[in-house]
Design a protein around this ligand. Structure first.
Ligand SMILES: [Zn+2]
Length: 159
């Protein structure tokens, strides 16, 4: 009974999360022509090993090391990013919007003013201050600006 309760609760959380993803994606697609985001971690980190069908047990799967990777994947999958990005991509495509994944490396360490990259630019979790040109701003804002700048470069390259 306890297991069923937990399963039921998980189902509820999944539905709420999916609902939130759909709403958020709808709003973004409605309000923006271009949506840029950091590409998810390298394929090796986010992709769980493909399940191997068990020939002796139709519908069953052989162990394939998925559990060992699960801990690492959990932090990414719990946030539901992959699911959200899938939903976003679908809605954007049917609405004729662009979704641009960009290289996520150093987005929070790169100065959007002069391009200087250093972890020292990131003074605290919240504060960015370039050690070369002195540009200072909210760190999240700097990260978002860099994502947008990179998406702009992608758009230019495609034009
Ligand atoms: Zn700078």
């Amino acid at each position: 009974a306890a297991a069923r309760k937990v399963a039921k609760l998980h189902g509820k959380i999944r539905r709420q999360r999916a609902d939130f993803h759909h709403k958020t994606a709808r709003t973004l697609v409605r309000d923006y022509d271009v949506i840029a985001h950091e590409r998810l971690g390298t394929a090796g980190m986010t992709k769980s090993p493909a399940p191997k069908p068990d020939p002796d047990r139709p519908g069953g799967f052989l162990p394939n090391g998925a559990a060992a990777k699960a801990g690492l994947n959990r932090s990414i999958l719990d946030a539901g990013w992959a699911q959200f990005l899938g939903i976003l991509a679908n809605k954007a495509e049917s609405a004729g919007r662009f979704v641009i994944p960009v290289d996520a490396r150093n987005t929070s360490r790169t100065c959007p003013e002069c391009g200087h990259v250093a972890k020292e630019n990131r003074v605290t979790q919240a504060k960015f201050e370039c050690t070369v040109c002195g540009f200072a701003a909210n760190a999240d804002h700097v990260g978002a600006t860099n994502v947008l700048l990179r998406a702009g470069l992608v758009l230019c390259a495609a034009a």
